[in-house]
Design a protein around this ligand. Structure first.
Ligand SMILES: Cc1cc2nc3c(=O)[nH]c(=O)nc-3n(C[C@H](O)[C@H](O)[C@H](O)COP(=O)(O)OP(=O)(O)OC[C@H]3O[C@@H](n4cnc5c(N)ncnc54)[C@H](O)[C@@H]3O)c2cc1C
Length: 461
């Protein structure tokens, strides 16, 4: 068994395999070769922020981490071990977190950690492989993946537009229509209209907003077809309204006239609970992004499922290529895990390592693992990765927009509704994990001394 990449997903996958007594080699190319973002040689290195997001029970990241804790996640356990005070968020001392992971992995007799770069995909008969080489997969391996999968199935950049919760858009302002009424009758888009003053003020705010600086290795993005809105705004005051904000073919029913500019929202998921802001990929920092977008008429009270970003990210076209077990359809002895399968974020990436390894372990035991239920954060993210529209597939993080709504009467209080959705997810995950024989809850408590439930490497029967 080989796991390639000793980042978040690879460390998790190697742990889950080797602790079950499955002989495993973990290949990590650092320190001989590094990525443009990693700083050192440690396993499970956090490349940027030291936060794994909220731990609160009414937030999607909070529920997600609690689900992973039920499955004995090494990364979640390490994060709790290395926790530093950060209110409701799980922020960590990154050195302590890596140290915890390295110590656990080093203690596994069935795990060999090999510091080498894997530059090709294996052929049948060379073992079972999990590739968890991340958003900055080494160029030689990325080339080999592209050669095997085909040029159109490996992407190198994310250009993510923000997604808003549909029920937070003010429908007394936003109107439904397609350009020249070419949609499904009612119109496929919600349009937030602007008059000239509103447009000019919006452009000023976009130009003044604080932005995430591009890394040197990300510059080429700006020359591609997918420009962030602030780059478009910089190229001329009218550029946005001749670009993603163009109003042609639209009439605002409140005025009977064509607006000066529009912000268009398009349905993002099947239930229609999430809407994508069309063409609004942006590098504005998250707080500025929210502030600026909430000045758009109709979005004053918008809540965001996901904020926009533009960054380098190697990821494959999972909906086309991988099965529910993250195995490559054409070569099932190869699995992919981590951010490279099209998820976003530290916890999401780790979870994909966990899932890939659980499938391999089941296979070794002569069993098959059924997919986690769709009302869990994990199950709904996996379902997204399989069902996302193949054209324009973009990475995703966990969010409540991916899970079905509660059955029964509508719960108006949002926090309470989310808490109930979270409770349902955890019950569902616990029952699935028990029935699949992968229930292994961590004994988590704040502060040092937190341990994985099986530091000795044993999995409870
Ligand atoms: C610049 C940047 C900043 C980010 N910031 C955040 C953030 O703040 N918060 C957040 O939640 N997410 C962030 N992400 C997204 C994502 O969560 C992280 O990239 C996360 O580390 C992904 O986990 P992973 O295990 O898939 O990949 P990684 O953690 O990157 O692990 C991949 C490992 O594979 C190794 N490797 C690569 N190629 C080979 C090869 N051919 N052979 C052997 N080893 C190889 C690498 O050295 C690395 O150790 C960021 C991503 C990037 C690129």
């Amino acid at each position: 068994m080989h796991v390639v990449g000793g980042g978040l997903a690879g460390s998790e996958a190697a742990w889950q395999l080797a602790r079950r007594g499955i002989p495993t080699v973990l290949h990590e190319m650092r320190p001989a070769r590094s990525t443009p973002a990693h700083q050192g040689a440690r396993l499970c290195e956090l490349v940027c922020s030291n936060s794994l997001g909220s731990c609160l029970d009414h937030t999607a990241p909070g529920v997600f981490k609690a689900e992973l804790a039920l499955l004995g996640s090494l990364v979640v356990s390490a994060a709790h071990h290395a926790r530093v005070p950060a209110g409701g968020a799980l922020a960590v001392d990154r050195e302590a977190m890596s140290g915890f992971v390295e110590a656990r992995l080093a203690a596994l007799p069935t795990l060999e950690i090999r510091r080498d770069e894997v530059a090709r995909l294996p052929e049948e008969g060379e073992g079972t492989w999990i590739f968890a080489t991340g958003p900055l997969t080494s160029p030689s391996l990325a080339g080999a993946i592209q050669a095997r999968l085909g040029r159109d199935y490996l992407y190198f950049y994310d250009a993510i537009a923000p997604i808003v919760e549909a029920d937070t858009v003010d429908r007394s302002i936003a109107f439904r229509a397609s350009r020249y009424d070419q949609g499904s009758g009612d119109g496929d888009y919600l349009n937030c209209p602007m008059d000239r003053d509103q447009y000019e003020a919006f452009v000023d705010l976009v130009l003044a907003a604080d932005q995430v600086p591009a890394h040197a290795f990300e510059q080429e993005r700006f020359f591609g077809g997918c420009q962030p809105i602030e780059a478009i705004a910089r190229s001329g005051r009218d550029s946005l309204r001749f670009g993603p904000m163009k109003p042609v073919g639209l009439v605002d029913p409140r005025t009977g006239r064509r607006p000066y500019a529009v912000v268009q929202l398009r349905q993002e998921n099947l239930p229609g609970s999430a809407l994508n802001i069309v063409g609004f990929q942006t590098r504005m920092r998250y707080p500025d992004q929210k502030r600026v977008l909430r000045t758009v008429p109709g979005l004053e009270a918008a809540e965001f499922v996901r904020l926009g970003s533009v960054h380098r990210n190697t990821f494959i076209d999972t909906p086309h290529l991988l099965g529910p077990d993250l195995a490559l359809g054409a070569a099932p002895y190869i699995r992919f895990a981590g951010q490279i399968v099209g998820c976003e974020g530290y916890t999401e990436s780790s979870a994909m390592g966990l899932v890939a390894a659980l499938h391999v372990a089941a296979e070794v035991a002569g069993k098959r693992l059924s997919p986690p239920p769709g009302d869990t954060m994990l199950g709904s993210l996996l379902a997204y990765l399989r069902a996302a529209p193949a054209r324009g597939f973009q990475p995703m993080n966990v969010n409540f927009g991916l899970v079905p709504d509660l059955a029964g009467p509508v719960v108006r209080d949002k926090k309470e509704r989310r808490r109930l959705l979270g409770r349902r997810a955890l019950e569902s995950m616990a029952s699935w994990a028990r029935s699949e024989g992968v229930y292994d809850p961590l004994a988590l408590a704040p502060g040092p001394g937190v341990r994985a439930s099986d530091a000795a490497g044993n999995v409870p029967a």
